[in-house]
Design a protein around this ligand. Structure first.
Ligand code: 5GP
Ligand code: ZN
Length: 138
């Protein structure tokens, strides 16, 4: 499946160049053009699907296998101590490109990048109510 207007589909087709780092028949990995930190990579399925839950299971398995390979290589090549693997799903979550993709962001200790400040539930019942609401949709 290809979306002719999608920037990542254009990269997969070779219409737009990229700094490619890994490729399989179903997955492509390349450096993000505007990295959070140098070495920030994107790992994407070659098939166009907008979000995580749209991905066929086989693509999901291939992506996880690629993430393991790319994640380790990014961490080693950048001298980082670890990395965040992040996926934005939907515009409110910060997804700008509607072609499912994982970010691999190399991290070093005290690099100042603060993700997801947590706040405990104010209402002790709210957590179990939400868990039930989510369970009922699975
Ligand atoms: P999102 O916000 O959708 O999760 O992330 C999209 C990412 O794609 C952004 O980090 C952005 O910098 C990157 N990006 C957008 N256009 C291009 C491009 O043409 N080439 C590359 N290499 N990265 C891109
Ligand atoms: Zn696409």
């Amino acid at each position: 499946m290809i979306d002719t207007d999608c920037i990542f589909c254009k990269i997969i087709r070779g219409d737009i160049p990229c700094a490619k780092i890994f490729e399989t028949p179903s997955v492509l990995a390349f450096l993000d053009i505007a990295p959070v930190r140098p070495g920030h990579a994107l790992v994407i399925p070659k098939a166009h699907h907008p979000a995580l839950w749209d991905l066929p299971d086989e693509d999901g398995r291939d992506l996880l296998a690629a993430l393991k390979i790319v994640g380790r290589a990014v961490v080693q090549a950048t001298g980082a101590g670890g990395c965040n693997v992040v996926m934005n799903n939907g515009a409110p979550a910060g997804q700008l490109v509607a072609h499912a993709h994982f970010h691999v962001i190399p991290r070093v200790r005290d690099d100042g990048l603060e993700l997801w400040p947590g706040t405990p539930y104010a209402d002790p019942q709210a957590m179990s109510r939400l868990a039930e609401a989510i369970r009922s949709r699975i």
